[in-house]
Design a protein around this ligand. Structure first.
Ligand code: PLP
Ligand code: SF4
Length: 310
């Protein structure tokens, strides 16, 4: 994957919280998995990953405004062969119609906001499928290129989302890892998404060595998101993607930070810490081991809860 930045990111690249995510490191490792989430083996038709029974993910393209060094799809990002042709979109729609167990569809990529026209067309088709009850879009564009949200094409897409969100729940999932990404311009773009589209805004974060494996950084990140109207949804343990293992953090340290954050963050601002561990099947929350529920021997009928913060 070649290095790719936007003018906006270049303007804030002096922050290590930004540069470590985007600027190539000569010490990049070579271990790890090429496709840690085994997405390729769940790609049922081109661009459609059906890995969980009731949910499916569409890769609208492999294009992003900037290239994150730790991307779990590092093997594909930037490759123009990921752009979906009309007949490929037809195949996806027809699969979704045949598989009425799929009720929740996520548009991802690549960044669906980077191709607003294709994404809009796709959404129109998806919203007509009765068995699909919920739609989501994953994006990083508000942080990589907030000024894109001033374009007419994105305005049109936000209007389309608003139409759909009056009929089906619609979530926009913003991938953000460091508070320095939340510049005034980016917050303004996020607020515009919320106001114009009426979608529910959620965030996703990855624990990244050298970027955010630190209580104060994450405390500030989740508070800033919460106060901007974004609900932190997931924080992932980083996948062991080939070439970027130096980003993968220590699970015990990450758990300790999560336990500490529970004291300082409102429940709504506190994301679920998720393991999408390599070559296992799916996303599971880590056991933070905070609460031990034990039967007290003297009073067998009573449940005692021991708070055991380490
Ligand atoms: C993450 C993901 C989903 C959605 O999972 P949730 O836990 O419902 O957010 C669906 N499909 C794929 C392939 C995914 O990676
Ligand atoms: S924006 Fe998302 S899909 Fe694109 S390179 Fe970054 S992490 Fe990967």
């Amino acid at each position: 994957m070649r290095e790719k930045l936007t003018p906006h990111l270049r303007g804030i690249i002096n922050s290590p919280g930004i540069s470590k995510q985007y600027v190539k490191d000569p010490n990049d490792s070579i271990g790890g998995y090429n496709d840690p989430l085994m997405e390729d083996s769940h790609e049922v038709v081109k661009g459609l990953i059906h890995k969980y029974k009731n949910r499916a993910l569409i890769k609208v393209s492999y294009q992003c405004a900037a290239h994150c060094r730790f991307c779990t799809r590092i093997r594909q990002i930037g490759d123009p062969s990921g752009n979906l042709a009309d007949d490929e979109i037809k195949n996806i729609i027809s699969y979704l119609k045949r598989h009425s167990e799929i009720e929740d569809v996520i548009l991802s990529g690549g960044d669906p906001f980077l191709t607003p026209n294709i994404t809009g067309e796709m959404l129109s088709k998806l919203s007509e499928i009765e068995s699909i009850k919920v739609l989501r879009i994953g994006t990083r564009l508000p942080l990589q290129s907030p000024k894109s949200f001033k374009s007419l094409a994105i305005d049109n897409l936000l209007n389309k989302i608003k139409e759909i969100s009056s009929v089906k729940p619609f979530y926009v999932l913003i991938h953000v890892n460091h508070p320095d990404e939340l510049t005034n311009e980016s917050i303004a773009a996020i607020k515009k998404i919320k106001q114009k589209s009426s979608a529910t805004l959620l965030s996703q974060t990855v624990f990244l060595n050298g970027v955010n494996i630190d209580f104060n950084t994450l405390n500030s990140l989740f508070k800033t998101l919460y106060f901007a109207g974004v609900t932190p949804y997931y924080i992932y343990h980083c996948d062991s993607v080939k070439g970027i293992e130096q980003y993968v953090g220590d699970i015990e340290l990450e758990k300790e930070i999560m336990r500490k954050l529970r004291d300082t963050l409102s429940g709504i601002a506190y994301p679920t810490y998720i393991a999408d561990l390599e070559n296992e099947y799916g996303k599971y929350p880590f056991d933070l081991g905070i609460i031990k529920t034990t039967h007290n021997k003297a009073h067998k009928s009573k449940l005692h809860t021991e708070i055991n913060i380490t």
